[in-house]
Design a protein around this ligand. Structure first.
Ligand code: G
Ligand code: G
Ligand code: MN
Ligand code: NA
Length: 253
């Protein structure tokens, strides 16, 4: 496909860029993290969303070098924010299964942390339930990452086809409630039931919870009432390019 050759070049030509979206403490509104979200600044097509190229990158294996670039860039940027004197926060990075399940993945993360000087507890890795389907390989990597001291979140929680058994077996830190459940909570009693039940289950398993796609004050109020620790969504900010998110952080402090 056309896009594949172009994607090959995109990394080398510096056309890939990271946007950042704040993750906020639900009770006091302080920024606790930033999710890094990749964009492709295409010379003709403009800003291309990851939905249009991550799948191709996964099929071709290009996700491995692209993913390494994302990790490196996000860790380095978080260190720069800290060096600017901004309050220390986590940076959250999305991972594809293919990238996470590679044999040398933990070593690569360790190398990036060492090279950027970012402390491990300022990095959170977001994996999806589908990454857990290969239980044996996932469990080895998760044990190594816990040893390293980075955090693990399950992204899009509740939308995958995996069983829940991994939740009690693996060293995880956080569930990210998928935005499809947060959306329409006001109208949908089932969505409210799913959201409150995920929070309660997570807390019983000693996991923290972040809700994504929070767009309204009503949604925020419901999540606060149910003791969801963190929130993320357009109510606070959409994903922004580096300069804008840095200004946003400076305004908040
Ligand atoms: O930011 P946006 O809504 O366009 O993201 C769309 C999807 O792309 C989300 O599911 C998100 O997890 C995924 N995504 C964004 N950045 C990355 C990345 O750096 N690596 C991987 N594997 N997926 C990403
Ligand atoms: O799958 P993942 O959680 O990584 O996807 C994050 C995506 O969700 C980003 O592409 C971002 O643009 C999108 N997003 C973030 N906040 C909101 C929101 O409040 N509403 C909607 N509709 N999308 C959001
Ligand atoms: Mn994510
Ligand atoms: Na998600």
């Amino acid at each position: 496909m056309f896009i594949q050759n172009e994607l090959n070049r995109a990394l080398a030509l510096g056309e890939l860029t990271l946007y950042y979206q704040p993750q906020v403490n639900a009770s006091d509104g302080t920024i606790v993290g930033m999710e890094a979200l990749i964009r492709w600044n295409h010379p003709e097509r403009g800003l291309v969303s990851p939905d249009q190229f991550i799948a191709v990158a996964e099929e071709t294996g290009l996700i491995v070098p692209i993913g390494a670039w994302v990790l490196q860039t996000a860790c380095q940027q978080n260190k720069v924010w800290q060096d600017l004197g901004l309050p220390p926060i986590r940076v959250a990075v999305n991972l594809s299964a293919r990238q996470f399940l590679k044999k040398d993945f933990t070593q690569m993360v360790a190398d990036i942390l060492e090279q950027t000087g970012l402390a491990p507890h300022f990095l959170e890795l977001e994996i999806t339930e589908s990454t857990m389907i290969d239980v044996h390989r996932a469990s080895n990597t998760l044990a190594e990452l816990k040893q390293l001291g980075v955090y693990i979140a399950i992204d899009d929680f509740g939308t995958g086809y995996s069983s829940l058994s991994y939740l009690k077996e693996f060293p995880l830190n956080r569930l990210k409630i998928d935005r499809s459940f947060v959306r329409d909570m006001k109208k949908s009693a089932s969505n409210r039931a799913i959201v409150s039940t995920i929070i309660s289950m997570a807390h019983h398993l000693e996991l923290k919870v972040i809700a994504e796609g929070v767009e309204t004050n009503d949604e925020l109020a419901f999540l606060q009432e149910h003791l969801c620790e963190e929130v993320q969504g357009y109510l606070f900010s959409k994903p922004l390019p580096l300069e804008e998110i840095t200004s946003y952080m400076q305004e908040q402090t």
